[in-house]
Write a protein that binds this ligand. Structure first.
Ligand code: HPA
Length: 314
């Protein structure tokens, strides 16, 4: 690096680069790098509350495959993320970015249409900040949906996997959305993570699957969050299968941890959009279009499943 030190920082290619390596977390108004203090999030929630006529206690994070649910709501308020102060903005093509608040068969719900991922460059505290905003808006139960690759050899493309547990791969390596100073108004320093995916909600969802005669394509399994955006190598997938992973994806877990930390009950499911390739000599290749294609084909079932589960939870 061609630069010279001066004060706190250095001069590099005509720019002053500031470095403040001495700052301690407690001097930094809260979480290590997280500027979303309780008060900031409260003010964001107040901004949103003033724009919505409903007071939902159920929140839904709609993955790529579930945008139909928010479109079908009645008596809607739609709030684009880019109109909300300090809200992140989605960067993935095909992911809309807005809050949709409306009623589903008379039940008020709030949907995040579009979410944030680590591979977009967001730190985990930014990926998960909307969950705390939902909490401050009154949400008590959170439904999280995503797309995932099917690693369990019994799974088929188009299956819906109720998530019974997760492996927090970034977290095992020390990257958690809860890193930094803890504000007890959200939750405890060391939150437990067993029963993260509420048993009663899973039982209700199993019943819904049976009522809708969806048993043939409903599964229940373990989801792992990986950083992405590259898909996995064959060796990585074989490793993950050995440790009990049924489906692999790039989202959900961080949001669920923050939701559990602040006391929400969580239900989550994955749409299995593709088979994981676990044969070293396979010439198959995974492309994003295949994932979108499966989403399109299962759209109706997914929307029906989610909306019936919501009616059961209300
Ligand atoms: N791997 C990771 N994330 C995914 C996949 C996959 O195979 N399919 C959908 N999201």
């Amino acid at each position: 690096m061609s630069g010279h030190q001066h004060g706190k920082g250095y001069h590099y290619k005509g720019h002053d680069v500031l470095l403040d390596l001495d700052t301690q977390p407690q001097e930094n108004s809260g979480d290590l790098d997280n500027p979303y203090t309780y008060e900031v999030l409260e003010s964001i929630a107040q901004h949103i509350a003033a724009l919505m006529k409903h007071r939902p206690v159920i929140g839904v994070i709609c993955g790529t495959e579930l945008s139909g649910l928010s479109d079908s709501l009645e008596n809607k308020d739609v709030i684009p993320y880019d109109s909300i102060p300090y809200f992140p903005r989605s960067t993935v093509t095909g992911h809309t970015g807005r809050l949709v608040i409306g009623t589903l068969k008379g039940i008020p719900i709030i949907c995040m249409q579009g979410r944030f991922h680590v591979y977009e460059g967001f730190p985990l505290w930014k990926v998960t900040m909307p969950i705390r905003v939902l909490k401050l808006l009154g949400v008590q139960k959170l439904i999280v949906t995503d797309v995932a690759g099917g690693l369990n050899p019994d799974y088929k493309v188009g299956d819906i996997m109720i998530i019974k547990d997760h492996i927090n791969m970034p977290g095992l390596g020390g990257c958690s959305a809860l890193n930094g100073m803890n504000d007890e108004r959200f939750g405890p320093r060391f939150p437990p993570m067993n029963n993260a995916y509420d048993l009663d909600l899973r039982k209700a969802a199993r019943q819904v699957a049976s009522d809708l005669k969806y048993e043939d394509f409903i599964r229940e399994g373990v989801y792992i969050m990986l950083g992405g955006p590259s898909y996995e190598t064959v060796a990585e997938l074989r490793f993950l299968r050995r440790v009990g992973v049924d489906a692999v994806g790039m989202s959900t877990v961080a949001e669920v941890i923050v939701a559990r930390h602040c006391g929400m009950k969580v239900f989550a499911f994955s749409l299995i959009t593709n088979e994981c390739i676990t044969d070293f000599d396979s010439q198959k290749t995974l492309i994003y279009e295949e994932i979108l294609d499966t989403c399109g084909k299962r759209q109706e079932h997914i929307t029906k499943f989610a909306s019936t589960v919501i009616q059961k939870l209300a």
